[in-house]
Design a protein around this ligand. Structure first.
Ligand code: ATP
Ligand code: MG
Length: 565
């Protein structure tokens, strides 16, 4: 392996591009494109492709186009077009004036089809879809020539023009490339170029009743836009000979190079648009931006940052081999980013009331609290402290196990930024449920430290009851209960693996009053509980927070414990 292969960030695509630049190919230009089909929302796999295409263009001072590959009118919609543009922008990329639609090339694509017919390289075929499949043959058997293969160019031109004019019913004819029915590559056995389909297109309306196939449209669109490196996922590797055939046989301005890389797969989730659409349509999740989904809209709503996603894309790199990336890595990238910039606040998710019996009734004092120990510039805020507080239910145990470093009867803990408290009495209701703790505080321990330096078991977060805000908190877990459904029982549908505990809604959580002004999209660290983001459903009267990610890598831990079983 050459030394430069070890350069951080160097991957096989950069190696190809650098060799092309060195050789003066394309006049040293680098021009890429991101070509989504507007038939669903973008997901984290698309983010990988976006970061790659826009990233390479920026790196090599080239351009990257955003092109909607909209040749399939039945499944496409402007809602998806709009969401895709919003997502690409949010990720931090800009196509400037290079926004394209494959549908803008329909007329040109049609002209090129006439060209192929005239040169004897395309013919109109009246086999049914089923017959086309049968005649194609298999990996081990050659295909059989269609009986229409030898139609004259004149007859083909006439039929194709009448296909366009709407003289024939849907499915009655197709236009096919005339290549080689004995090719070992099935994609070269006279692939279909056009089909008749009476469907309204979201941009061209009813102007067309014939639509070009993706494999025919894509290379031409690339060439018309002056793309130099057409980067796509591995499943198109077998389509590359046809990509090249189209460009070799048409008077196009240039011949882009198709380069394939392995698509991103992520554990515990689904990544195909078809499956995501099914979850949305069957209301198994609450829309495309349900924070449990791997869509960019969902990740944004959950509290992911574009920086975390871009960093993730760079970390996973590009390869030629399929693999499943651990979801824990994506979460790790988010923690790294938010640790630097999320303001720390106190929030009690499952409140237990604490009365400080030796604290004067009616008194409220303000304590200083640092906003982010990782960022001195983040400053401090004031926290109210009073006689009645809330702590987390799980921070108290009546029968503490060994090594319980929190509060129990007769024991002392520190309240973060505040005082030491000792639990003197446990109050219960008629059913024996703990309703309140009666504690005493050490007035000498203001700020959470004592002169005598005595140790306490631990430090808890808390909020002052009278000033606390009541909020809703949504906690998320993995969408699927298995890491890789494809590796499980093949008979089973992926929906059988949906994790029933993927969403937990916790109401009546208590948060410190500084959060009163929090707006949708604002991000915080709730001390000891994770990073949270204000949800789009939130309002000043009814604040709602999504947990973006926990503080510790609990998923990685789960994985380890499963391995050791
Ligand atoms: P899906 O399989 O999720 O339906 P798709 O390939 O049909 O995705 P497109 O809209 O055609 O979706 O994708 C646009 C671009 O994003 C393509 O270049 C495609 O190769 C790339 N892409 C799609 N999924 C992934 C993925 N999981 N990892 C990397 N790139 C991807
Ligand atoms: Mg596709």
């Amino acid at each position: 392996m050459a030394v430069e292969d070890f350069t951080p960030g160097l991957n096989f695509i950069r190696t190809i591009i650098e060799a092309d630049i060195k050789a003066g190919k394309n006049g040293g230009r680098v021009h890429t494109r991101f070509p989504p089909e507007p038939n669903g929302y973008l997901h984290i796999g698309h983010a990988k492709s976006i970061c790659l295409n826009f990233g390479l263009a920026a790196e090599y001072k080239g351009f990257c186009n955003l092109r909607f590959d909209d040749t399939n009118p039945g499944k496409e919609d402007v809602e998806y077009v709009d969401s895709i543009m919003a997502d690409v922008r949010w990720l931090g990329f800009d196509w400037q004036d290079r926004l394209y639609y494959a549908s803008d090339y329909f007329e040109q694509l049609y002209e090129f089809a006439l060209h192929l017919i005239r040169s004897g390289q395309a013919y109109v075929c009246d086999l049914t879809a089923e017959q086309v499949r049968q005649y194609r043959g298999t990996l081990t058997e050659c295909g059989i020539n269609s009986p229409c293969r030898d139609r004259s160019a004149e007859e083909n031109l006439d039929l194709f023009q009448r296909m366009r004019a709407g003289e024939f019913p849907d499915g009655s004819y197709v236009l096919r490339a005339k290549i080689d029915m004995a090719s070992p590559n099935l994609n070269m056995r006279d692939p279909v170029l056009y089909r008749i389909r009476r469907e309204s297109h979201h941009r061209t309306g009813d102007a067309w009743c014939i639509y070009p196939m993706y494999d025919y449209t894509h290379p031409i669109s690339d060439a018309l836009e002056g793309v130099t490196h057409s980067i796509c996922t591995l499943e198109f590797e077998d389509h590359r000979p046809f990509y090249d055939w189209v460009l070799d046989n048409l008077p196009v301005p240039c011949h882009p190079q198709q380069i394939e890389f392995a698509r991103l797969n992520l554990s515990y989730t689904v990544m195909s648009k078809r499956k995501l659409l099914e979850l949305v349509d069957k209301a198994l999740v609450h829309g495309w931006d349900d924070p449990r989904l791997p869509t960019i809209a969902a990740l944004r709503r959950r509290g992911f940052t574009p920086e975390a996603i871009r960093n993730f894309a760079e970390l996973i790199g590009v390869a030629k081999r399929e693999s499943v990336v651990d979801m824990a890595l994506l979460e790790h990238c988010l923690r790294e980013d938010l640790n630097k910039r999320a303001k720390r606040v106190m929030a009690v998710l499952r409140p237990l009331k604490v009365v400080i019996t030796n604290y004067p009734e009616g008194q409220v004092e303000e304590l200083d609290a640092e906003n982010n120990p990782e960022d001195p510039a983040a400053g401090t805020r004031r926290l109210p402290f009073s006689r009645e507080l809330y702590i987390e239910q799980e921070d108290f145990r009546e029968d503490p196990p060994k090594k319980f470093f929190r509060l129990s009867l007769g024991k002392e803990i520190r309240l973060k930024h505040a005082y030491y408290i000792r639990c003197d009495e446990v109050v219960k209701d008629n059913n024996g449920r703990i309703t309140e703790l009666r504690c005493s505080y050490d007035p000498e321990s203001r700020g959470g430290w004592t002169k005598d330096g005595r140790k306490v078991l631990g430090t808890s977060h808390w909020v002052s009851a009278a000033q606390a805000l009541d909020v809703e908190v949504r906690l998320y877990d993995k969408l699927l209960s298995v890491a890789n459904p494809a590796g499980e029982n093949e008979e089973k549908d992926f929906k059988e693996y949906l994790n029933p505990a993927s969403l937990e809604i916790v109401k009546n959580c208590k948060v410190e009053p500084s959060l009163a002004a929090a707006k949708p999209g604002d991000r915080f660290q709730f001390l000891r509980q994770g990073y949270f983001c204000v949800d789009s459903d939130s309002s000043p009267q009814a604040l709602v927070f999504n947990r973006s990610v926990t503080l510790r890598d609990s998923w990685a831990k789960i994985e380890k414990s499963q391995q050791s079983k």
